[in-house]
Design a protein around this ligand. Sequence first.
Ligand SMILES: [Zn+2]
Length: 235
Amino acid sequence: MSIKRFLIEELEVELHRKPVKNVNVRIVPPKGIVKVSAPKHIPEKSIHDFLNSKMDWMRKAIQKVKAQESLKQEINYEDQSVHYLLGKPLKLELREASRGSQVSLKGDVLEVICKPNPSPLLISKLLENFYKKEMTKVVPALIAKYEPQMGVKVTEWRTRKAKTRWGSCHPLTGRIMLNIDLIRRPIEQLECVLVHEMCHLLEASHNHRFKALMTKYYPKWRKVDLELKKSRPLD
Ligand SMILES: [Zn+2]
């Protein structure tokens, strides 16, 4: 196998010559390098032409990869790192305790008491529990607000960690799942996703009727949906 590196306009390309059947292109995180694997017999000129025809697609895919990477880097669990609750920034302060652990909100300080030198994983778990509790302070009241207006019944709601979905709904059972990351965001985003899922109790698909229901119960849904689409859930 041989590797050749070159630029096509501003894009960094790595060409791997391999015993493959076709030319494959993929974008590799974190930098968004274009990795091409191609069989030996295809001339480089053809590969360049092929890549030139894919410029728009590659640029979009690179942006997506970079956006995902920047989101990943956003979660920092060190002392003094910034975390969000309903869109409000909170400063994480780590305090040591010989045993037990606790997360409490003191003004705009999120105090995490736990054993010395905690791993990021431990803090992420503690914060997840904290965020789950915060969800239970907000979601039931919102459900109670919309149920009578919409004439539906949410039998059960849960939070879930998910990379791609903000929520889901099982119309037959009346169960709703909300992405835990919503609690980090402004309340309108959580509310919009909740109303979206509750509308599915009335209409399963995203058709005209569904959109009309959204407009009726959450008039600014289009604007909030755009904000949600701009980013992916953190996990
Ligand atoms: Zn939906």
